[in-house]
Design a protein around this ligand. Structure first.
Ligand code: DX5
Ligand code: ZN
Length: 228
């Protein structure tokens, strides 16, 4: 699968979201971080903003829900116009039922793991998902340092995807930048969220292009992508 770059609007100017979305035209998805000040110690935006943003841009929305009671709220983000909805497994009471509901409503279903959550207990759930998100920082804030200790989990997840022959996308989020994206691609990630590395750049669209090139080159050299 081709590399995908998803700029996170958490690092954008929230008063100018439509323009900020246009500033990264050429990106595959817009990553929208929803935080409720309970699951994480930060508060961002909710359903009405996602509805408005979905109307304001042609780029599909990748909603990352860092909220409690995901079972209750996630389907509303599909109705609001998100094309992909990610819930945290730590916040979902019934992740299989929830993934099926998201898919039934017409969006891609994705599940996220915080840094301390292992992948192994969820091996049997992977066919229910369109994407798996491995957090490479503790969720809650942009601009944090990439956690190298997550690389083995990315590798093990890529092995599980291959073992089961799944079309599952593997996303990384947190501290992804020019200095870390190659390690992520080498370990097995194929969808890259970048907030400060894109919106902190003087030319966000150029930053997306540069990250894509780096990830493509690293993927081309990666053993997981070559040996089939
Ligand atoms: C953090 C969010 C990320 C954040 C990443 O909890 O989930 O999407 O925007 O920001 P950077 O790329 O700056 O680490
Ligand atoms: Zn995110």
């Amino acid at each position: 699968m081709a590399v995908q770059i998803n700029p996170s609007i958490l690092s954008a100017d929230f008063a100018r979201l439509a323009e900020e979305a246009k500033a990264v035209e050429g990106a595959d998805w817009l990553h929208v971080d929803v935080m409720d000040n309970h699951f994480v110690p930060n508060l961002t935006l909710g359903v009405p903003v996602v509805e408005s943003l979905a109307r304001a841009t042609d780029t599909p929305l990748d909603c990352h829900l860092m909220i409690e009671d995901a079972d209750r709220w996630a389907p509303q983000y599909v109705e609001a116009g998100a094309s992909s909805v990610t819930f945290h497994v730590e916040a979902a009471g019934a992740p299989v039922r929830l993934a099926r509901e998201i898919r039934a409503k017409g969006a891609r279903a994705s599940m996220a793991l915080k840094p301390a959550t292992p992948i192994e207990p969820y091996e049997d759930l992977l066919p229910e998902l369109d994407m798996l998100l491995i957090m490479t920082v503790e969720p809650g804030f942009g601009g944090q340092s990439f956690l190298d200790i997550m690389l083995p989990k990315i590798r093990r997840t890529r092995e599980l995807i291959k073992k089961h022959g799944l079309e599952l996308w593997l996303q990384v989020d947190g501290g992804v930048s020019a200095s870390t994206i190659e390690r992520c691609a080498d370990a097995g990630a194929d969808v890259f969220v970048a907030g400060s590395a894109v919106y902190g750049a003087s030319d966000p669209a150029a930053a997306v292009r540069a990250l894509r090139t780096q990830a493509e080159v690293a993927t081309g050299k990666a053993s997981w992508a070559c040996d089939h």
